[in-house]
Design a protein around this ligand. Structure first.
Ligand code: SF4
Length: 513
């Protein structure tokens, strides 16, 4: 008997051993798998002539919502007695559930559960997403690369730099063109990078004409070998507005150096309102409005996301007719408060660096305190298409309408998702809210992601659901499903609501949170 047959207890001693390979039909690759072996994706195996799902089915226990310890209540391979931890707030996720490929059959689990007197159905399946990718937000001011520059993993193009957001740089990775539209190695590198990013592993990315970064969901980015610590408090102009009162009476001029908008307090509206005197300062850059300058330098890894290491390089001649005088004091600071320097004008009106005075330490510290920790955020984005929807209902468009009409609540491994308005079911989910290791792949290549649809039983029946396949949660916990894998209980992430309750009490939105 093979080790797998023993582990999954699939071998009947009265039967002959199965020597032939059997076909897995859980994805278009259609692997022939010998007894005791697994298929190309390692997610399915042949255990004594039966196709089994190698990972356990994950059932979340929402006791953890109230801060209780996370207690696995069933070991792999054991039968669960249903008693150890049972808060009555359990949720069968699609992690380990199996797929509905090739489409003609109902989803692996259609679970019924009564919540507050309402019979709710959760349809559970592992979706194969050929159309998918990730959006990555990297909290940093540093220049990672020009917009539209190619992002590479293992030397292959897997995405591009997209428009930056406030205090963050953004990458768009994956998508069907990189997964299936290029060379085999491009598809493989894209799939590997997406899988690791979704499973919260670190991935090294290089940007053409830009930086090399290590991205890991929920962790600070590492840019050209240096870990980023803080994201900026605001642009240079906003920083002036926020802290102008702190500097009044302590220094004659403040320049907040920023790649986007460098601020000058004596000229800025905030300084004017507070009665700041002119200083005769001259900034080399494009003046936007008073005290706000664009393009003081090229973008880079220096002060405030500029390429400069010497802040004086953005200053021109000081003008005595407009207020410059020997002894005038100047603070220059970056938008994160990480870089700062203090100067006084000499008799030739040249700024000379002086030891940083104690009286300004507090204000610089305040900028730093107001900066949030720099993190990488990874959102999985995918389109729940035909095959997946057919496992939910005989008339797939009904599911789309039900999701769009807010009658069906969608989760990924129990985590809330944002569903884009418009056609189809295009969803986004923060991977740090999905249980670890929930994402898989198939070599087509495509990503496999858990997806669950929760709705009222009468709505489910109305949209053409597979009523005969509905099973109670207790029955599923006790007996499992066609892939014979064990069930595994784990605490739900505390930030995620219990999906059945969220479905009952949702207030007109399909958004994350
Ligand atoms: S790649 Fe995986 S899911 Fe696809 S047929 Fe092979 S074993 Fe089955």
């Amino acid at each position: 008997m093979s080790e797998l047959a023993e582990r999954f207890d699939t071998h009947d001693p009265g039967e002959k051993l199965v020597a032939e390979k059997i076909r897995c039909d859980a994805c278009p690759v259609m692997c022939y798998i010998a007894d005791g072996r697994t298929g190309a994706c390692d997610r399915y195996g042949n255990a004594g002539g039966r196709i089994v799902r190698m990972d356990p089915l994950t059932i979340l226990d929402h006791a953890a919502e109230t801060g209780a310890a996370i207690v696995p209540f069933i070991a792999e391979g054991e039968a669960w007695d249903g008693e150890l931890v049972n808060t009555g707030r359990r949720f069968v996720t699609a992690i380990g559930a199996g797929t509905t490929y090739p489409d003609y059959k109902p989803a692996p689990f259609i679970v019924s559960q009564e919540v507050e007197g309402v019979d709710l159905i959760t349809v559970v399946t592992e979706g194969i997403f050929s159309y998918c990718g990730v959006k990555v937000k990297i909290d940093t001011d540093r220049h990672l690369g020009p917009e539209t520059a190619i992002v590479r993993a293992a030397g292959e193009a897997i995405g591009h730099v997209t428009t930056g957001e406030y205090g963050s740089q953004m990458l768009s990775l994956g998508g069907v063109h990189h997964l299936t539209g290029g060379s085999k190695s491009e598809g493989r590198a894209t799939c590997d990078a997406l899988l690791d990013l979704c499973n919260r592993k670190p991935v090294e990315l290089t940007i053409d004409g830009g930086a090399t970064i290590i991205v890991e969901a929920g962790k600070p980015p590492v840019i050209d070998g240096k870990q980023e610590h803080r994201m900026r408090v605001g642009c240079g102009s906003a920083t002036i507005g926020m802290f102008a009162t702190q500097w009044r009476g302590l220094v004659d001029e403040v320049v907040v150096v920023d790649d986007h908008i460098t601020g000058v307090v004596s000229e800025h509206q905030a300084g004017k309102v507070l009665g700041w005197q002119d200083t005769g300062i001259k900034i080399i850059g494009r003046r936007s409005t008073p005290g706000r300058y664009f393009k003081v330098s090229e973008p880079g890894l220096g002060w405030g996301g500029t390429s400069i290491s010497d802040p004086l390089s953005i200053l021109g001649e000081w003008n005595a007719k407009k207020g410059a005088r020997p002894g005038l004091s100047l603070l220059m600071v970056s938008t994160t408060g990480e870089q700062f320097a203090y100067y006084e004008l000499d008799d030739e009106l040249k700024p000379i660096e002086k030891p940083f005075p104690d009286r300004l330490q507090k204000s610089v510290g305040l900028i730093e305190d107001n900066c949030e920790p720099a993190l990488c955020t990874v959102l999985f984005i995918g389109g729940a298409g035909g095959s997946l929807r057919a496992g939910v209902t005989e008339n797939p468009v009904n599911l789309t309408r039900s999701v769009q009409g807010l009658k069906t609540y969608v989760t990924v491994g129990g985590a809330p998702v944002y569903v884009w308005p418009g056609g189809g079911i295009t969803l986004m989910v923060d991977v740090t809210r999905v249980p670890e290791g929930a994402f898989g792949y198939v070599p087509t290549p495509a990503l496999v992601a858990p997806i669950e649809f929760t709705l009222r039983r009468d709505d489910y029946v109305r949209l053409g659901g597979y009523e005969a396949e509905i099973r109670s949660l207790e029955d599923i916990v006790a007996k499992g499903g066609e892939y014979l894998n064990p069930r595994r209980g784990t605490g739900a992430p505390t930030s995620n609501p219990w999906p059945p309750l969220a479905q009952l009490h949702r207030a007109g939105s399909n958004g994350i949170g």
